[in-house]
Design a protein around this ligand. Structure first.
Ligand code: PLP
Length: 451
């Protein structure tokens, strides 16, 4: 049997990884097993999975029910085309289930294999909708800085993290960004409105700048995940909805992270009592056990698609849309979330997590702590008064990542924000341990870079 270090040599010779660079892959972790909120590496080390894989393993690792659901469907009918004219029982059942769970006006679903494919589907559907309504110039998409919507070409163009752009430019024309509402950093220059409304008003400015007759959609994550877990102000999305209605711009909610209980509600915009026109999902729909994503469309968009003449049909497709095995696993996953009350659990445990994290506020370097349900972040700054970040050459994020890992917490540190989004089944003891590890790691790393 080759040892794991021999396997790593083979990996380095043959595999290209997401965000690849060999310097980031000198001593990769080889993950071999998972149970609940714990993952094990090839050396036998056990870690708290602080980010539930990549914000997706909502029901936790090692669920035999999901393996069983896949096995049963694979043994019956692993795959069938779902192109118009064909369908299958798991896809029908999943669409029906989602129409019960998702926002009341969203009752029609198209399935993809992941988040970026869902972004592409949303953008194309927004364009389709306006063309079908006789407004063919409405094609542009506005998104936000610090947004992550995936990295296929149009999705990358909507993503508001500039590090993803330079080596793949030019971006797709017609995509632009407004500022993130980040309550910690957004500077409100309008004394007449709250910070949340001022941040939302940036959308109105952008629509007017672009020309409302050219803007198809605004896309936003209810909580910006990869941008550093940014929870908006309570009045932000209500004002966004108002602006979208006023200028006839579709609101796309990117619920790839926030869907399926992550924020303590089934879907993120439920916190504000409002509905998007399109919602997109992935990750938690199957808890990552098999790849699946999709978009949900409001009834008015479904109507536009259904009433188009055949030669102007919604000519969009993926081989794996409505994949029977993936849909069967999603159904079982949703059953687990419901039977184990994981959405409520996310709200309760999230509240406790935030309480525990807030004890870290007095630590040197801790600038901001935020969260909603079981998604949270601790932002580290060089100066608490000016909120200035550490110089990039200090590599703080990487050092924090390593210090947390060395103590048994595996998670991502993005733009100096320690992100947490553990499986919704994480125990209180494990959450407490994660916070203790963070409490120890921060002063240790800061002492190291200040030497
Ligand atoms: C909000 C959001 N949208 C889209 C994506 C892209 O998903 P995928 O990596 O499955 O393409 C992600 C991935 O992290 C995400 O967080």
């Amino acid at each position: 049997m080759p040892t794991s270090s021999e396997k790593i040599k083979s990996d380095q010779a043959h595999l290209l990884h997401p965000l690849h660079h060999p310097t980031a892959h000198q001593q990769p972790k080889v993950w071999v097993e998972g149970r609940g909120a714990i993952v094990k590496d090839a050396e036998g080390g056990e870690y708290i999975d602080g980010l539930a894989g990549l914000w997706n393993v909502n029901v936790g690792h090692g669920r035999r029910e999901l393996a069983q659901a896949a096995m049963e469907q694979m043994s019956t009918l692993a795959y069938a085309s779902a192109y118009a004219g064909s369908t299958n029982y798991p896809a029908i059942a999943l669409a029906e289930k989602l129409s019960e769970l998702v926002y009341p006006s969203i009752n029609t679903f198209f399935f993809t294999s992941g988040g970026a494919e869902s972004s592409e589907s949303s953008f194309k559907t927004a364009r389709f909708y306006w063309k079908a309504l006789g407004k063919p110039d409405k094609v542009k998409v506005i998104s936000r800085m610090r947004a992550y919507h995936g990295v296929t070409l149009a999705a990358m163009s909507a993503t508001g993290l500039p590090a993803y752009w330079p080596m793949f430019e030019p971006r797709v024309p017609g995509f632009s960004h407004i500022e993130s509402p980040d309550p910690y950093r957004f500077v409100n220059t309008d004394p007449n409105v709250s910070q949340g409304v001022a941040a939302a008003n940036k959308l109105e400015d952008a629509i007017l700048r672009e020309g409302p007759e050219t803007v198809a959609a605004f896309i936003a994550e209810p909580v910006q995940g990869a941008g550093g877990v940014i929870v908006p102000q309570d009045d932000y999305f209500p004002r966004i909805r108002e602006i979208c209605d006023q200028y006839e711009v579709l609101l796309i909610a990117d619920e790839v992270i926030t869907g399926f209980g992550r924020t303590g509600r089934w879907f993120g915009l439920e916190h504000y009592g409002l509905e998007p026109d399109i919602m997109q999902f992935a990750k938690g729909v199957t808890s990552g056990y098999v790849p699946l994503g999709g978009i949900g469309l409001s009834d008015k968009i479904r109507e536009a698609i259904n009433s188009a003449p055949p030669n102007k049909r919604w000519m969009h497709a993926y081989t794996y849309s409505g994949h029977p095995t993936c849909c069967a696993v999603a159904l079982k996953n949703i059953e687990i979330i419901q039977n184990e009350n994981l959405v409520e659990r996310s709200a309760v445990m999230g509240g406790r997590l935030l309480e525990r994290l807030s004890e870290l506020e007095t630590l040197d370097g801790v600038g901001h702590i935020r969260g909603q349900g079981l998604i949270a972040a601790v932002e580290i700054v060089a100066d608490k008064t000016t909120k200035q970040l550490h110089a990039p050459e200090l590599n703080l994020s990487q050092k924090l990542y390593e210090a947390l890992l060395a103590r048994g917490l595996y998670t991502r540190v993005l733009a100096d924000c320690i992100c947490l989004a553990p499986p919704l089944v994480i125990t209180e003891e494990e959450l407490g341990r994660a916070v203790d590890i963070i409490r120890e790691a921060i002063p240790d790393v800061l002492a190291g870079i200040r030497q």
